[in-house]
Design a protein around this ligand. Structure first.
Ligand code: CLF
Length: 297
């Protein structure tokens, strides 16, 4: 609540359904799926679907241009007055599609200046865009950090695409981890609130996420959201991880409890789709297809 937080922080979280547990009962968010490309490969990803970082696997969001997205934001905001936050969370990576992501933010700032802007990224390109993120007054950034040890990372990420080439194995995860933590520090230095999402993958990074929690806490992350891998038969069949199970509810809670400390743990995440609309856990995306939005005046 407000008494636990400095006033300038409370100002930023009180209307954000993901950053404040209380706020999620009263305030809605929407995502626009303007970012289809991705620059890393996760073993648990199937590229046919939305990124499993923010989204449930097996979901295919309708991709939008920045212009369609801005129009949709206006349509949703006029239908759902509690809609306070616009997030870009895929279906690929927001910062692997910087022109589309920032054009969308620019248009929304012009047409709906009261809407808060939120961004979710794997962090690989984050240090290059911190200035632009700050300049666009994006107050909330989520970085998905599944490891701080490249040896663990090599079991999660077969490759990254960076500086015009592909890197594999431990080398790829070393670059990714350095870029994620640098980006986190740069955002914190600018007063931008950072949430870290981690996907708990039993047998791969479950115990290691305690180290991740310490690493992001010491660098000033505001919130840590440990989410369960949702097991899907189709996961990673190309990479030999088919059959990877997700954690049980008890395993997830035990890890969240082990990490609970000076930094808050998010426990109300709903693993939203890349075109989610409404209160967390409510899915009104079907009311706002491009066809319907374009027919509204
Ligand atoms: Fe979207 Fe993410 Fe912003 Fe929220 S979702 S970009 S921080 S506005 Fe929220 Fe959804 Fe969980 Fe994400 S419940 S998946 S944490």
């Amino acid at each position: 609540g407000p008494s636990d937080l400095p006033p300038e922080i409370w100002e930023k979280v009180k209307n954000h359904p993901c950053y404040s547990e209380q706020a999620h009962h009263h305030f809605a968010r929407m995502h626009v799926a303007v970012a289809p490309a991705c620059n890393i490969q996760c073993n648990y990803c199937n590229r046919k679907y939305d990124c499993a970082n923010e989204s449930r696997p097996g979901v295919v969001s309708e991709k939008l241009t920045p212009e369609q997205a801005a129009r949709k934001v206006v349509a949703v905001a006029s239908t759902i007055p509690q809609m306070t936050v616009l997030g870009i969370a895929g279906p690929g990576d927001a910062l692997a599609n910087p022109a589309k992501t920032f054009k969308t933010f620019e248009l929304v700032t012009e047409t709906a200046p009261d809407i808060k802007l939120c961004l979710s990224t794997n962090g690989l390109m984050l240090p290059d865009y911190v200035e632009q993120i700050a300049a666009m007054k994006v107050d909330h950034v989520t970085i998905t950090i599944n490891m701080v040890d490249p040896e663990v990372g090599a079991q999660i990420y077969p490759w990254i695409f960076y500086n015009h080439r592909r890197y594999n194995g431990v080398e790829a995860s070393k670059i990714l981890s350095e870029r994620q933590l640098l980006g986190l520090e740069m955002l914190v230095a600018r007063g931008i609130l950072v949430k870290v999402n981690s996907v708990m993958i039993p047998g791969i990074n479950d115990q290691h996420l305690i180290e991740v929690n310490k690493a992001v806490k010491s660098r000033g992350a505001f919130l840590h959201n440990i989410m369960p891998l949702i097991s899907e038969a189709e996961h990673g069949t190309a990479f030999g991880l088919s059959g990877q199970r997700g954690p049980t509810a008890q395993e997830l809670k035990a890890l969240q409890d082990a990490c609970e400390g000076e930094m808050n743990m998010m426990r109300h995440c709903r693993q939203c789709r890349a075109d989610a609309v409404g209160l967390l856990g409510e899915d009104r995306s079907a009311e706002f297809t491009t066809e319907k939005v374009m027919a509204m005046d």
